[in-house]
Design a protein around this ligand. Structure first.
Ligand SMILES: C[S@@+](CC[C@H](N)C(=O)[O-])C[C@H]1O[C@@H](n2cnc3c(N)ncnc32)[C@H](O)[C@@H]1O
Length: 262
């Protein structure tokens, strides 16, 4: 039973490959459009992972700006270090979202993509984000609501059991539906929410990588066995072979602004 929650070497590289896909890069583009960065801005990437977004934001803020990126996984930070090597304005830090190594009001903007769904102490994490943003500073937060997963299988009951085991990889697999009230409670105005759906009629590139992660993770949880996940993968392959593959999953992008008053 592997645990992608810890983002060790293998899980980090699997995620890096997944985030290379055009579907992930379109999502990052949407994040950057909402964040509306300008040359010279100071920006924070919370849970940078392999560093794709930090690298892209560095290009936007230019040499006069700065991107600080945090992650608690040294393996992820090593990938981000390699990716951002040519960008002196990117500074990486090994840190937790609950205690970030920055002074108050240090940033004009912040982004966090697929990170807070791993965090159990959400009010504390959002208060920490607020602390490091300047008054009026913008934050874009992206998380997936896993109830939006539609993944056709001949044996839907088995597939649902496997998905419910996969839910255990997150602190809250349904975070988006409670994120707006949480943000308001923690001193943010919520300006917008946008869905971003990945839909695919074939396993490549995103569903296949995700299926492997799920098949590695689920056995031993909620009664799911390795035989169950092997049969589910075979089920998906059979659907693909006859042209009946269907996958869809929705993430939600929230644009919030730090309120001025304390
Ligand atoms: C699914 S990856 C997303 C990476 C990146 N934001 C992206 O979209 O490409 C989640 C990342 O959040 C990091 N992470 C999870 N919990 C964290 C915490 N409490 N503090 C810091 N980083 C955390 C993980 O190490 C991992 O790199």
């Amino acid at each position: 039973m592997t645990d992608p929650f810890n983002f060790d070497d293998e899980a980090s590289r699997a995620l890096e490959a997944l985030y290379l896909s055009s579907m992930s890069s379109i999502r990052r583009q949407k994040v950057r459009t909402l964040l509306d960065l300008h040359p010279g801005d100071t920006v924070l990437d919370v849970g940078t992972g392999p560093g794709y977004l930090a690298d892209e934001m560095a290009a936007q803020v230019g040499p006069a700006g700065r991107v600080d990126a945090i992650d608690r996984s040294p393996q992820m930070l090593a990938l981000a270090q390699r990716r951002c090597a040519g960008r002196p304005q990117v500074v990486l830090h090994e840190a937790d979202v609950l205690k970030m190594p920055f002074p108050d009001a240090a940033f004009d903007a912040a982004a966090s993509v697929q990170v807070y769904e791993f965090v159990a102490e959400m009010p504390a994490a959002l208060r920490e984000l607020r602390r490091v943003l300047r008054p009026g500073g913008r934050a874009v937060i992206v998380d997936t609501d896993w109830a939006s997963l539609v993944w056709e299988a001949k044996d839907r009951v088995r597939a649902e059991r496997i998905f419910s085991a996969w839910d255990e990889h997150l602190a809250d697999p349904y975070l988006p539906r409670r994120l707006a009230p949480l943000l308001k409670e923690c001193g943010f105005d919520v300006l917008a929410v946008e869905p971003y759906t990945v839909a695919s009629l074939s396993p490549e590139p995103v569903p296949a990588g995700l299926a492997k992660m799920i098949a590695d993770f689920a056995p031993g949880r909620r009664g799911v066995t390795a035989e169950d996940t092997a049969a589910w993968l075979a089920d998906l392959a059979a659907l693909h072979a006859c042209g009946n593959y269907f996958f869809s999953l929705t993430a939600f992008l929230f644009l919030a602004r730090r309120t001025a008053e304390d």
